[in-house]
Design a protein around this ligand. Structure first.
Ligand SMILES: [Mg+2]
Ligand SMILES: [Zn+2]
Length: 242
């Protein structure tokens, strides 16, 4: 596809770039009872708030910053994914990478630093987090006290990835010949509804996004081409053809 002069690769993070879910993983490693509690409460408490609350509980019982950082560094991350994105980013200047994630800024940057991938993303749009001593303070991307997003596709109150993608495109004023979206979750459905026929979705098989595409894609007029993948080595293979 040599006609593509500028392309944007949009990456979800959990189960897309990384081979696990950051929010769940750190509690599975450091406090499995809190992981169980999150599973019990997830339909009652908004997810970002629930992770923030669980981080406070972990901090109260003495879980250290270093332990959280180490848990993130040992989280599964496929070497083929690291190779694939690095090659596409560094081989020429056609490709811009954007991260759209429901995780948080500290989890993502800790992992990217460990994998020597901090040069990949032009922008990381996610929930903001900061260390306050040993406590990781996490907030929603959209402050619950301020104006809320107007999405009707079913995005969580903390962030609408579709609106974030559109805002990124208009603030960059850049025309992309092709947008490629790599995602797995049901909240990746909203942004792909806003993509065009010449765009491409790399959808991880057997997860929330693939079921939403199957159930709602045709009725909602989904336009981009969909290509399914299961392992990161397949994304590396596809990236080599872009
Ligand atoms: Mg995901
Ligand atoms: Zn949305």
């Amino acid at each position: 596809m040599s006609s593509v002069k500028k392309q944007l690769i949009v990456f979800d993070f959990d189960w897309s770039m990384a081979d696990q879910d950051t929010d769940r993983w750190i509690f599975e490693v450091l406090a499995p009872d809190l992981r169980r509690k999150m599973k019990t409460l997830k339909d009652e408490v908004q997810w970002t708030d629930l992770v923030a609350q669980s981080l406070r509980e972990a901090n109260k019982r003495g879980v250290k910053r270093e332990e959280i950082q180490n848990a993130l560094r040992i989280m599964p991350f496929h070497p083929a994914m690291a190779r694939g994105v690095d090659k596409l980013k560094t081989q020429d200047d056609r490709t811009t990478f954007l991260c759209l994630s429901n995780s948080n800024s500290v989890f993502i940057s800790t992992i990217l630093e460990d994998k020597m991938l901090t040069h990949i993303f032009s922008e990381i749009i996610t929930n903001p987090a900061d260390w306050e001593g040993e406590l990781l303070k996490l907030r929603r991307r959209i402050d619950p006290a301020g104006p809320q997003h107007s999405c009707e596709v079913g995005c969580s109150p903390n962030m609408c990835k579709g609106e974030e993608l559109e805002a990124f495109l208009s603030r960059n004023g850049q025309e992309y010949d092709r947008i490629v979206y790599v995602g797995d979750g049901s909240n990746d459905f909203c942004p792909i509804l806003r993509m065009r026929e010449q765009d491409l979705v790399l959808c991880r098989s057997h997860r929330g996004l693939s079921s939403r595409i199957a159930k709602e894609g045709a009725a909602k007029g989904l336009k981009p081409k969909i290509q399914y993948w299961a392992g990161a080595w397949e994304v590396e293979e596809i990236f080599a053809t872009l």
